[in-house]
Design a protein. Structure first.
Length: 623
């Protein structure tokens, strides 16, 4: 069953956004004193952040009660009503409710744009009978119990509203309660800043049908088995330790070996494609980041500056200004371009402690960065070359299903109309030459150039943003870059930013989950494990291991346990090729071969095993 994300389905987006509001309405009906903050949709669900009274915190047990109340609201089939109000009216209503977070949201909207339209979405008709009932409790109280009118049906539901730009479904009844699930309760700082108050966040998921929800639950169970944090610890691949602030990665020997193999493969292909490798510093004087614009636009994601001999330095959050510096240190004519510079460069970005997540979000990570400096008439060829490289590299790791997005010129941008037209046409031409289907995100490009983003789909259908190709008309201007044309006149080069993995750490986490820790033979940290039946066979096993290492095979010898336990441990370690060494094998210079997963190949000559592993490694194939 295809489980679409919110950006793939307008209907699911509306359902999920509406569920966030319905959940907030249910919470405020059930729990007194709870204030609402923000409640967006997510890729596969929704959440809402609440300011919860400290004396009665929400627990996981309360989710059933909230879900039941949500079902009542859905079955009441209340309309979602959009209303546009003046800022003054919105403020008056918010103050009347006593909702300080809503007021802060309103003020931030007006700070960005004093003329921004202020829209409110009501659940329930604000002028309907339920509203009248809710608005006049005192009048009802004056009527005696014997004189009170009996309700002619379900109790009216008082309307609820929040600041919101939409979109929503037409009515709450458009959502199937059996296709909605509240998942968990967690904490979240207001606006993601640990200096602010801790809020209560409730996550949920919503779908069009109960069958989709059931499939999603199965997907979650499968994803939990593949969690790279769990497998990373079990397979001794990496750790993230508090001694370095909890945001930097320690690569353990098995994980470091996988990283080495990935990097070697990456470098080899780039050298074949005409890239030149560079290495650049991890810090630079603050003036470099002023020139690049990072201090103006990226300051909150950069680490604090440091003083060295009365000079102010900054840890790098990006590699691009260093590659520009390498370019500017040379002298280039139009005949020298394109120039392709590539680096596996580690960058450092400040992430708040509550936002970090395994290898997927850390404070220090290695970008597989490259920058191409070219002429305007070379853009198409260079972009096509990048897409070819993306296809080859990602395909080698088993990723062949892409979602491609082309983001075009936004309202605010730098660069002439002519260069934007040329650049966008070049990207389209390159995509068409590849025969790739793509979606256009009109106006979604950066202010400094259009871009192509590529998401890969893993073994269980999840999508991951990895590769990106971006044109830049800004940095060449900021750094006064130039080349000399055929008339010896100075011209600005076009700069192309591109990454294929995006982040090596994040890509490694994706690989762990995609392979479920069972790396293919060419990428496995240990390719062959030799299991000795008894200690008398250790000499033979180590002799075989020496032959294998000489041939480039990654091998280890394990013994001193029952053969059943040795095989079980090798399977737990997800070793691709498991070889049992017994007396018969030692006498015939062979190995009893078993592949990960249990397939038995029987006895094979040692040289055959070595040859098959070597061929599989060279071809990135199987044993």
């Amino acid at each position: 069953m295809e489980l679409k994300t919110s950006d793939e389905s307008e209907n699911l987006l509306r359902i999920r956004h509406s569920c966030a509001h319905i959940m907030a309405m249910a919470v405020q009906r059930l729990f007194k004193g709870v204030q609402v903050t923000v409640g967006p949709w997510t890729d596969r669900g929704f959440f809402y952040d609440f300011a919860w009274p400290a004396d009665s915190p929400l627990t996981e047990k309360d989710l059933k009660k909230i879900k039941k109340e949500m079902a009542k609201i859905m079955k009441a089939n209340l309309p979602f009503v959009k209303e546009e109000v003046s800022p003054a009216e919105a403020e008056a209503r918010i103050r009347a409710q006593g909702e300080p977070y809503k007021l802060e949201i309103l003020q931030s909207i007006l700070q960005r744009d004093p003329n921004a339209p202020i829209t409110i979405y009501h659940i329930g008709d604000p002028a309907g009978p339920a509203a009248a009932t809710a608005a006049a409790p005192a009048a009802e109280a004056e009527v005696g119990a014997a004189e009170a009118p009996k309700p002619a049906g379900p109790k009216p539901v008082a309307p609820w509203w929040d600041l919101c730009a939409g979109p929503h479904v037409e009515r709450t009844g458009d959502i199937n309660p059996d296709a909605v699930e509240l998942e968990n309760v967690t904490g979240a700082y207001w606006r993601g800043d640990e200096a602010n108050a801790m809020l209560t966040r409730v996550y949920g998921t919503a779908w069009e049908t109960p069958e989709q929800l059931a499939a999603f639950k199965q997907l979650k169970e499968e994803a939990a088995k593949r969690d790279h944090r769990k497998l990373g610890a079990e397979l001794n691949l990496f750790s993230i330790q508090e001694s370095s602030g909890g945001g930097l990665v320690y690569w353990h020997p098995p994980g470091a070996m996988v990283r080495h193999l990935i990097e070697s493969f990456w470098k080899e292909l780039h050298l074949q494609r005409g890239y030149q490798l560079v290495y650049s510093p991890h810090i630079a004087k603050a003036d470099l980041w002023k020139t690049s614009g990072h201090l103006d636009f990226y300051r909150e994601n950069m680490y604090e500056q440091m003083k060295v001999e009365d000079e102010t330095y900054q840890l790098r959050p990006m590699n691009c200004p260093f590659h520009v510096s390498v370019y500017k240190d040379g002298y280039y004519s139009y005949r020298d371009l394109p120039l392709r510079l590539a680096e596996l460069g580690t960058v450092y970005r400040y992430e708040r402690s509550g936002t970090m997540h395994g290898l997927f979000r850390v404070r220090g990570f290695t970008q597989d960065d490259a920058h191409i400096f070219c002429l305007p008439n070379q853009i198409t060829t260079e972009i096509k070359g990048v897409l070819d490289l993306v296809e080859e590299i990602l395909g080698t790791f088993g990723f062949n299903d892409y979602e491609v997005n082309l983001s075009t010129r936004p309202e605010k941008s730098v660069g002439s109309d002519e260069i934007w037209t040329t650049a966008e046409a070049a990207l389209v031409e390159a995509l068409n030459a590849k025969g790739w289907k793509y979606q256009v995100d009109a106006g979604g490009g950066a202010f400094y150039g259009p871009k192509i983003d590529i998401k890969i789909r893993d073994a269980i259908g999840r999508k991951w943003q990895c590769s990106t190709v971006q044109l830049d008309f800004n940095l060449p201007e900021r750094f006064d870059m130039h080349y000399f044309d055929d008339a010896a006149a100075k011209q600005r080069p076009i700069m192309i930013h591109r990454a294929i993995f995006g982040s090596l750490e994040r890509f490694f986490g994706i690989l762990i989950e995609n392979y479920m820790g069972a790396f293919p033979l060419w990428l496995a940290p240990v390719q062959v494990r030799l299991l000795t039946v008894n200690d008398n066979l250790a000499e033979y096993a180590h002799g075989v291991a020496a032959q294998m290492r000489k041939a480039g095979v990654r091998v280890e010898v394990v013994g001193q346990a029952s053969i059943a336990k040795l095989i079980r441990n090798a399977e737990k370690a997800k070793t691709p090729v498991i070889c049992v060494v017994g007396n018969k094998e030692a006498e015939s210079n062979s190995l009893a071969v078993r592949l990960y997963g249990g397939k038995e190949l029987g006895a094979l000559p040692v040289q055959d095993v070595i040859s098959r592993v070597a061929v599989a490694t060279a071809t990135k194939g199987s044993f």
